[in-house]
Ligand binder design. Sequence first.
Ligand code: SF4
Ligand code: SF4
Length: 75
Amino acid sequence: MTVKINIDRHLCKSCGICVDLCPTSVFIFDESQMYPVPENIEKCIKCMFCELRCPDFAVEVITEGSDESEIDTGE
Ligand code: SF4
Ligand code: SF4
């Protein structure tokens, strides 16, 4: 895997914008927990829309070469 998505659940306001705008439908919205989940991460094209457009700065797109020690999947 060359990309990972970190959703900061302390910052996320469950607006669903990232789910709606992702061009390749990477996210599903977990209705029980009210958070987006990058379920289809293999479809990510690293366009960064989700990170750039999240109004609460809750999304971090971590690409190959980043410091993955900081990844927090929130699980
Ligand atoms: S756009 Fe940001 S605040 Fe809205 S659901 Fe996605 S991660 Fe949460
Ligand atoms: S970087 Fe682009 S393709 Fe990847 S999850 Fe975010 S919006 Fe979707």
